[in-house]
Write a protein that binds this ligand. Structure first.
Ligand code: GLN
Length: 539
């Protein structure tokens, strides 16, 4: 008997539908319900894997190898539960399924149309998650803003689904903005009234309004919104700007969003959410006993969302260490100029970010050399690990013409090379090595010590890999392969012995860090950075 909650957005984008959905899901989970969240994205790309990070932020990868919207990262970080392919649907996927069916003859004799074929496929996708688990509640976040042309089929599907299953089984939460006009000193409800009207045009009356605001909503204002938007007074919820996204579940608890939802869905209250681990995390996050500065060397730094999961993993691991981690974004291209050192001195740790293509690689290699020589804690992720291998072969082994063949396809010594099964791949969408793979760690290595075990599963997204022809020379480069895929023999982890903390991983640990389970490698890296800083202060 799964019930459905849809979350729509009004007035503007970027109001935080993902955070509100994840916060509500967290509270319902704490009350003992089995909840999942999915995201519907109204663009025609099959997935965001082919989108520029500047356009869409980070591409989040699931265990089962889906390239998805970064909101899925929030769902996992809040619920501490893995998502899957089925948790992210795009208009591209919907149309592809319908067009494939048309070609297969499934609709023979019929004109294939947005209504009912596309809307039926949308409804099927909502329910697809029910085949995975006995969910009590599925929360579906509809991307975009009400009024967008692209969202219309989704809203029509939602209207139909609600009609079919009945009101007690399907709720609509509309997240909207109450702007504050400083000249008038007032919060304004009109844009919300208009966006609810727009929703009503599609035949949908929202049950709950969640209002993003910079200032507290007065009783009068709540009454006004209730009256003009046809929403019960207690269903006008204030979502005041928070200092951290991790405060939002507690704010929603105060506003009783979870209780209102359960009442409307005619579900029991369950147990009172205690959020013990969550509050413990917030306590440590807000009361740090130390501070470190970590340089994030990347090339998409203009947009924080491009490295979303890395930033969040530092929030989790910082709290675990009771340490305020100040992440300093450093553009790798800025390290290519003569003033480069000024950008990276005074750091307590250096993280070289994942990435694609040649641009910015030189700067990344410079930063790695700096970390190696000055014994600053270093953490390389994916391209960051590959650059660390190139740096050592180039500057320690002094092998001529060494490079990654991604940077120079004609390089004499491709220490990082295309994986054999990538050689024939031409199409760009969904063709990388994606998803979770097993990796076996060397006992006693930095990685094994951090994880506290030797068998791990981590998520991947890449085409290039360490070239095993150079495995024997790796030690000459001062590096050790301490993590290997047991099936393919691919090197997944490299470490430097003669260094306080120098670790490169081919996978993306940041994707598995959650509030309740901060990633052990991030925690170990922060710990090493705290130690580095303390030693420096003493010196
Ligand atoms: N561009 C590199 C590869 O494809 C690294 C990818 C990444 O950093 N995610 O192997």
């Amino acid at each position: 008997m799964t019930k459905y909650i849809f979350v729509t957005g009004g007035v503007t984008s970027s109001l935080g539908k993902g955070i509100i959905s994840a916060s509500l899901a967290k509270l319902l989970q704490e009350r003992g319900l089995n909840v999942t969240i999915q995201k519907f994205d109204p663009y025609i790309n099959i997935d965001p894997g082919t989108l520029n990070p500047y356009e869409h932020g980070e591409c989040y990868v699931t265990d089962d190898g889906a390239e998805t919207d970064l909101d899925l990262g929030h769902y996992e970080r809040f619920l501490n539960k893995a998502t899957s392919q089925a948790n992210n649907v795009t208009t591209g996927k919907i149309y592809q399924t319908v067009i494939d069916k048309e070609r297969a003859g499934d609709y023979l004799g019929k004109t294939v149309q947005v209504v009912p074929h596309i809307t039926d496929e949308i409804k099927r996708r909502v329910k697809l998650l029910e085949t995975q688990s006995d969910y009590d509640i599925i929360i579906t976040e509809i991307g975009g803003t009400v009024g967008d042309i692209e969202s219309l089929p989704y809203l029509e599907a939602l209207r139909q689904l609600r009609h079919e299953v009945g009101k007690n089984k399907c709720l609509v939460i509309h997240l909207t903005l109450i702007p504050y006009l400083s000249a008038a000193g007032e919060l304004k409800t009109k844009p919300t009234q208009h966006s609810v009207k727009e929703l009503l045009n599609t035949g949908i009356q929202p049950d709950i309004l969640v209002c993003r605001t910079e200032h507290k909503l007065t009783k009068e204002l709540r009454s006004k919104l209730s009256l003009f938007c046809n929403v019960e007074k207690n269903s006008v919820i204030e979502a005041i700007d928070a200092s951290t996204i991790y405060d939002v579940p507690l704010n929603m608890l105060k506003e009783q969003l979870d209780l209102i939802v359960l009442k409307k869905l005619k579900l029991g209250k369950g147990k009172e959410p205690e959020l013990v681990a969550w509050k413990d995390f917030l306590g440590r996050l807000k009361n740090p006993t130390s501070e470190v500065k970590i340089g994030l060397i990347g090339k998409y730094n203009e947009l924080q969302d491009a490295y979303k999961s890395i930033y969040e993993a530092f929030v989790h691991s910082g709290a675990a260490n009771e340490c305020k981690v100040k992440v300093i974004p450093i553009h790798s291209q800025a390290l290519e100029d003569t003033e480069w050192e000024s950008h990276i001195k005074n750091l307590d740790g250096i993280l070289v970010a994942p990435g694609f293509g040649e641009r910015g690689v030189k700067g990344k290699i410079k930063a790695i050399k700096y970390a190696r020589v000055n014994k600053i804690p270093f953490f390389g992720i994916c391209l960051g690990m590959q650059c660390a291998v190139v740096e050592s072969f180039k500057n320690v082994v002094k092998l001529p013409g060494v490079n990654s063949s991604e940077v120079n396809p004609k390089t004499k010594n491709p220490v990082i090379d295309l994986m054999p099964d990538q050689l024939k791949v031409v199409a760009k969408g969904g063709t990388m090595r994606l998803g979770a793979y097993k990796c076996r760690l060397t006992k006693g290595s930095i990685a094994a010590k951090a994880y506290g075990r030797v068998e791990i599963f981590e998520r991947h997204r890449h085409r290039y890999e360490f070239n095993n022809k150079y495995l024997k020379k790796l030690e000459k480069a001062g590096l050790k392969a301490t993590g290997i895929n047991p099936e393919s023999g691919l090197v997944e982890v490299v470490e430097m012995e003669d260094h306080p903390f120098f670790l490169g991983v081919q996978y993306h640990p940041e994707l598995k860090s959650t509030v309740e389970n901060p990633h052990p490698l991030f925690s170990a890296f922060v710990k090493a950075s705290i130690k580095y800083r303390r030693n420096n202060e003493k010196a």
